[in-house]
Design a protein around this ligand. Structure first.
Ligand code: GLC
Length: 555
C-alpha cells in the first residue's frame, strides 16, 4: 500500500485512541470554500494566488475558520477555471508553486487551519498528456483511459447531452471515434472501468496527503461512471436552457459503481485522518444516506445541498429540508452557497432586507447540527453580480446559456477586502469585475460596523466555538406549524441552546411554547434584559440559552 511510516504511526495512534480519535476533527470544524482566482492577488495580474491566501490566513483564523477547501489549483488551461486539470501533481503557475503550496499548508497549520483540495475525478483537460496520448491513435497506450466509441451512422453513440450544452459526445477526426464528456468538450471523461485510471487517481490522493493535505472535495462524483452499453436516456418533455432535450440521466449519473470508488478513496484517506467531502447533489434522504455507506467506509461529508436547493426562503420548507437531512442518521453537512450557485443573499434576497437575510441564513448555517461550509464572501453578505453583456461572460456554461442562463460568474467575483476601486483584491485589472456593492460590503468597512453581516458571522462563529450544544447538541425542532419563524433547540446534557429566525419580511410573534428562563446570547434586533422578546422583526435572528441562564458570551 506504500504508506509512509508517519502515516502508519498516525493510523495506529487513531486506533489506539478509539472514539475520541483526531480522525473526526472535521465534525467540529468550520469549512470555508475559497475560489482561488478570486480571493487575493499578490502578483498584480488580476487573478488570485496561493500567496494571497496565505496572506489572508489571519483573517480566516479571526473569523473562526478551521479548514479551507480550495477549488482546483492544479495546472489547467482554465477553460472551466481549474476543473479541467492537465497535471494532478503540480500547481498551476498562475496560482504559484509547490513551495508556495507547502508554505500555505505550514502557515495554515500554525493557525489551526487545514487545507482541503478539490479532486476532479470524472474528467481531465483535453490538454492532459493522458488525453493527448489517448486521442493519438486507437492503439495508444492510454486509449482506454477515456471513453471512446463509434458513432451510430452520422450520429453520436447515444443521446446523452452535456451539462454545459450540446451532445455529450465529440467526434475526434484523428481516429474517427467519439469521446464522451459529461461537461464541456475540452473535459473528456476518464474511463473509470479501467483499473489503471483508478490506481493512478488513488496514488494522486496519497501524493497530496503526504504533502499535508487534510482531505479532498470530490468533484462531480455522481458522473464518474456511465453505462457501458450506452443506453439512450429516457426523454422528458421540453428543452433545457441550452436548447437540448430534457432527459432523465439514468444511464450516466449516480451509478451504483460509484460506491466502490468511494470505498477505495476512503481506504486511502483514513490512515491520514483525511476527510472526503462529496459534491453529491440530492433532494432525497435515502440517496443522501447512501453516500455515507455504513458510516465508516464511504464519505464523511456528502454535501447533499438540501438547504441550498430551497427555492425560496420559507420556514416550513427549510424545516422539511433540515428534517430530511437529519433523517439520514449521519452527521449533516451544511451548505448554502458555493461557486456553482447564486449567492444566498441574492437567491433569497428581496433587495430591501438583503443584509438581514444574509444574517438569518448565516445563523442557520452556523447553528444547525452538522459541519458548515461557508463560501468566501457570504460572511460579508456579498451579492451576485452577473455579467451585463455576452462578451464579458467568462464561464463556459454562461456563454452557452446566454442570455437565459448567465450561470456562474456572478458568484465568483473578487473577494471584497476594502472600499478601494479593486476592493483590495488586486493592484491590476480583476479577472471579473468588482461589484459596485463592494463599496459598502467589504471586510474593512464591515469590521468597523457592529451591526454588519461580517460581525454577526464572527459573533455566531465565536459562540459556536464556545458552546458544546452548538457543536454536538441534538437538533429539536420547535413550533413546527409556525409558517414564518424557524426555531429549534440544540441540546446536550448540560446545556440547551435556542435558535429562532424569522424568515419573513414582517414582524412575527415568537410563540415557542417554552417555559422556564431564557437568556438571549446574540440577537440581530433589540431584546429585553431577561427572557425572550415577544416578537422577532423581519428576518431577525436570536440565539439564547434555556434553563440555567448562562452569561452572555459575546459583546
Ligand atoms: C463541478 C464543479 C463545477 C465544474 C464541474 C465540472 O460541478 O463544482 O464548477 O464546472 O464540476 O468539473
Amino acid at each position: 500500500m506504500n504508506r509512509t511510516p508517519r502515516a502508519a504511526l498516525f493510523a495506529f495512534l487513531c486506533l489506539a485512541l478509539g472514539a475520541a480519535s483526531p480522525v473526526e476533527w472535521w465534525r467540529h470544524a468550520v469549512f470555508y470554500e475559497i475560489y482561488p482566482r478570486s480571493f487575493q492577488d499578490t502578483k498584480g495580474d488580476g487573478v488570485g494566488d496561493l500567496n494571497g491566501i496565505t496572506a489572508r490566513l489571519d483573517y480566516l483564523r479571526d473569523l473562526g475558520v478551521d479548514a479551507v477547501w480550495l477549488t482546483p489549483i492544479f495546472p489547467s488551461p482554465q477553460v472551466d477555471f481549474g476543473y479541467d486539470v492537465s497535471d494532478y501533481r503540480a500547481i498551476d503557475p498562475r496560482f504559484g508553486t509547490l513551495a508556495d503550496f507547502d508554505r500555505l499548508v505550514a502557515e495554515g497549520r500554525r493557525r489551526g487551519i487545514r487545507v482541503v483540495l478539490d479532486l476532479v475525478l470524472n474528467h481531465t483537460s483535453d490538454q492532459h498528456p493522458w488525453f493527448k496520448d489517448s486521442r493519438s491513435s486507437r492503439s495508444a497506450a492510454r486509449r482506454d483511459w477515456y471513453v471512446w466509441r463509434d458513432g451510430k451512422g452520422a450520429a453520436p453513440p447515444c443521446n446523452w447531452v452535456s451539462l454545459f450544452g450540446g451532445p455529450a459526445w465529440t467526434l475526434d477526426r484523428t481516429t474517427g471515434q467519439y469521446y464522451y464528456h459529461f461537461f464541456y468538450g475540452s473535459q473528456p471523461d476518464l474511463n473509470w472501468r479501467n483499473p489503471a485510471v483508478r490506481d493512478e487517481m488513488l496514488d494522486v490522493t496519497r501524493w497530496w496527503y503526504k504533502r499535508g493535505v487534510a482531505g479532498f472535495r470530490l468533484d462531480a462524483l455522481d458522473t464518474v461512471f456511465e453505462d457501458p452499453d450506452l443506453k439512450d436516456n429516457p426523454l422528458l418533455p421540453g428543452r433545457n436552457a441550452f436548447g437540448d432535450p430534457n432527459m432523465l440521466n439514468v444511464h450516466n449519473y449516480k451509478l451504483e459503481e460509484g460506491r466502490g470508488l468511494m470505498r477505495a478513496l476512503r481506504r486511502e484517506a483514513d490512515p491520514f485522518g483525511a476527510v472526503l467531502i462529496g459534491e453529491t447533489y440530492t433532494d432525497s434522504t435515502e440517496e443522501l444516506r447512501s453516500y455515507y455507506g455504513n458510516g465508516r467506509d464511504q464519505l464523511q461529508m456528502p454535501t447533499g445541498h438540501m438547504l441550498a436547493m430551497a427555492e425560496k426562503l420559507s420556514a416550513p420548507d427549510f424545516r422539511k429540508r433540515i428534517a430530511a437531512t437529519e433523517a439520514t442518521g449521519f452527521w449533516p453537512v451544511l451548505v448554502l452557497g458555493n461557486h456553482d450557485l447564486a449567492r444566498p443573499a441574492s437567491r433569497y434576497g428581496d433587495k430591501v432586507h438583503d443584509d438581514a437575510i444574509a444574517k438569518a441564513l448565516g445563523t442557520l448555517l452556523l447553528t444547525l447540527r452538522g459541519t458548515p461550509i461557508l463560501y468566501y464572501g457570504d460572511e460579508l453578505g456579498m451579492i451576485n453580480t452577473d455579467p451585463a453583456r455576452r462578451e464579458d461572460v467568462m464561464d463556459p456554461m454562461g456563454r452557452a446559456g446566454w442570455p437565459t442562463a448567465k450561470r456562474r460568474d456572478g458568484e465568483r467575483t473578487p473577494m471584497q477586502w476594502d472600499a478601494t476601486a479593486a476592493a483590495g483584491f488586486t493592484t491590476g485589472r480583476p479577472w471579473l469585475p468588482v461589484p459596485a456593492s463592494a463599496r459598502s460590503h467589504n471586510v474593512a468597512t464591515e469590521r468597523r460596523d457592529p451591526g454588519s453581516v461580517l460581525n454577526w458571522h464572527r459573533a455566531v462563529l465565536a459562540l459556536r466555538r464556545s458552546r458544546k450544544a452548538l457543536q454536538d447538541g441534538a437538533y429539536r425542532p420547535l413550533a413546527q406549524d409556525d409558517p414564518h419563524v424557524l426555531a429549534y433547540l440544540r441540546v446536550v446534557d448540560e446545556e440547551t441552546i435556542l435558535v429562532a429566525v424569522n424568515l419573513s419580511d414582517k414582524e412575527r410573534r415568537l410563540d415557542l411554547g417554552l417555559s422556564g428562563s431564557a437568556q438571549v446570547l446574540l440577537a440581530t434586533g433589540s431584546v429585553p434584559a431577561h427572557g425572550l422578546p415577544p416578537a422577532l422583526g423581519p428576518y431577525s435572528a436570536l440565539v439564547a440559552t434555556l434553563g440555567r441562564p448562562g452569561p452572555a458570551l459575546v459583546d
